[in-house]
Structures are given as structure tokens and as C-alpha cells.
Design a protein around this ligand. Structure first.
Ligand SMILES: Nc1ncnc2c1ncn2[C@@H]1O[C@H](COP(=O)(O)OP(=O)(O)OP(=O)(O)O)[C@@H](O)[C@H]1O
Length: 267
């Protein structure tokens, strides 16, 4: 394969098999995520979207297969070896996963302290304050505890922490779940604008059709234990798979198309 092509693939998953006891979640799953794209990952509940993400970031050891991130294998790596790859990505887990006993600013400082111990406290606070503002939160949010924040603010704080180390690759697990439509649209806009400004590659698990239409360059569909299709929404719509047709052409899919068309007409 040409070197250039290799470099343009940030995540390469091949022949992935995952399971828990008797239950096989993935079998022969292949996926490539290209540099600079927002890839939406969809699939019915329990199809293994989160397990796929956990496999890629090394939290779940697959039964078979290979996973490369930035051209490096991420399976079975020693902690110290994996550190160099881990600091090049940021993760927003489902629900934000903030430490409830730490303030927003302290939450953002956690990964910085982990990877760069010994940084001066004033500098840590300055970096955290910058990340907080970057995600659209007011500077006053820094000293607040997660319990004092709205759902949307918690997501933004989680995003600020995911961006703490200036990552090239961002993993978002259902970032708009639980947000009202206006909050969800605002979060989508934030994701798209950060992706552009920072040149990020984004792996985005979602059930939110509006998010897919609004900001994803391509969408990967998980079904039957593997990625059955990946492409633009138009490319997926041309396929004859019942789940894809039902998902994109069902009532919610049609509403998302109408809303995307309205947004386009406004620009
Ligand atoms: N640690 C675990 N132990 C046992 N089974 C697990 C574990 N983690 C996930 N599973 C199972 O693997 C399957 C896939 O789970 P996963 O959370 O990846 O689904 P998902 O596609 O992200 O679903 P949802 O859209 O509902 O979040 C499920 O059947 C789940 O019960």
C-alpha cells in the first residue's frame, strides 16, 4: 500500500473479533477512519459500538484481529509504550464521566498531570481555563463542581478534558444523548468548529440522526457483528440493507433530512 495512503488512515481495524463468554459481539469487523474526517458510528442498541471504541483505545482486549492507531498497534501494548499514542487522542465518554469530587478546572487538569507530571500549578490552571473557554463555557465554570452544571455544560466540560492534551484524534461516545434539540445542535456546531480549527479526526458514536446529517463526513453502520457499510449518507441510502433503509428513511430519518435542508437553506 502506498505510504501516503497509510498516513491518511488514522485508525485501521482488521478482522476484529470480540466476545463475552458465549456472546460474540464482533466477528470479522473491518473499519478505517481517515485523517481529518468526522466519522459517525451507528447501529442498533447492543451492536457493539462502545465495545469497538473500547477496543480501539485499548480498554478491551479483542479475541482476534488487529488495530492500528497512527500506524501503531494498540492491542496488548505495555502501558508505557502505549502512553505516546494515548496522549495523541482525547475521549468524551458517555455522560461526560467527570470526577464528581473535582471542579471542572481540576477535571481538565487530570490528563495533563498524568502525562506531564511536575508542571507548575499556575500553568496547569491557565491551560485548563483556556480549554474551558474553548468549549464555549464561561470562565466561571472552571471552579464549579459537576453537580452544579447543566447536562449540556457537563458535556462541554468533558470535551474540555478530552481536549486537554491538544489531541489529533477525538472519540465521542453519544455526545448529544440527553440534550434538548437546541443544546444538541449547539454541541454539534461546537464539534464541527473545533474539528475544523484544530484539524481533528473524530470518531463519533451516535444515535442522533441530526448529528449525522449536520456534521459527519461519513457514517459507518454496525450490524450483524461487523461494519456492514461505510460511506456518505447518500451512499448508504443507495444500499438495500433493511436496517439502513429503516434507519434513514423511517419517520425520524425523514425529519432529520427536512431539518438539514432547512439549515442549508438558511446558509
Ligand atoms: N464488560 C462487558 N461484559 C459483558 N458483556 C458486555 C460488556 N460490555 C459490553 N457487553 C455486551 O456487548 C454488547 C455490545 O455492547 P455495547 O455497549 O458496545 O453496545 P452499543 O452498540 O454501544 O449499545 P448502545 O447503543 O445501547 O449504547 C452488549 O450485548 C453488551 O451487553
Amino acid at each position: 500500500m502506498a505510504r501516503r495512503e497509510r498516513e491518511d488512515v488514522v485508525i485501521r481495524v482488521q478482522g476484529l473479533r470480540n466476545g463475552f463468554g458465549e456472546q460474540i459481539v464482533h466477528e470479522g469487523l473491518d473499519l478505517e477512519v481517515r485523517r481529518g474526517e468526522i466519522l459517525g458510528v451507528v447501529g442498533g442498541s447492543g451492536t457493539g459500538k462502545s465495545v469497538l471504541m473500547r477496543s480501539i483505545i485499548g480498554l478491551q482486549t479483542p479475541l482476534e484481529g488487529s488495530i492500528e492507531v497512527f500506524g501503531e498497534n494498540t492491542i496488548g501494548r505495555e502501558e508505557t509504550e502505549a502512553t505516546n499514542i494515548r496522549k495523541r487522542w482525547g475521549i468524551l465518554f458517555q455522560g461526560g464521566a467527570l470526577f464528581s469530587t473535582l471542579t471542572v478546572s481540576e477535571n481538565v487538569q487530570v490528563p495533563i498531570k498524568e502525562f506531564y507530571p511536575g508542571l507548575d500549578q499556575a500553568l496547569l490552571e491557565e491551560i485548563a481555563a483556556y480549554k474551558v473557554v474553548m468549549t464555549g463555557l464561561s470562565p466561571d465554570a472552571g471552579p464549579k463542581f459537576p453537580a452544579e452544571l447543566s447536562g449540556g455544560m457537563k458535556k462541554r466540560a468533558g470535551l474540555a478534558r478530552a481536549l486537554a492534551l491538544d489531541p489529533e484524534l477525538l472519540f465521542l461516545d453519544e455526545p448529544t444523548a440527553g440534550l434538548d434539540p437546541i443544546g444538541a445542535a449547539a454541541f454539534d456546531e461546537l464539534t464541527a468548529s473545533l474539528q475544523k480549527t484544530l484539524g481533528l479526526t473524530v470518531f463519533l458514536i451516535t444515535h442522533d440522526l441530526d448529528t449525522l446529517y449536520a456534521i459527519c463526513d461519513r457514517v459507518a453502520v454496525l450490524a450483524d457483528k461487523r461494519v456492514i457499510a461505510v460511506g456518505t449518507i447518500d451512499e448508504l441510502l443507495a444500499l438495500d440493507h433493511p436496517w439502513i433503509q429503516e434507519y434513514f428513511r423511517g419517520p425520524r430519518g425523514r425529519a432529520a433530512v427536512a431539518s438539514a435542508e432547512r439549515a442549508q437553506a438558511r446558509t
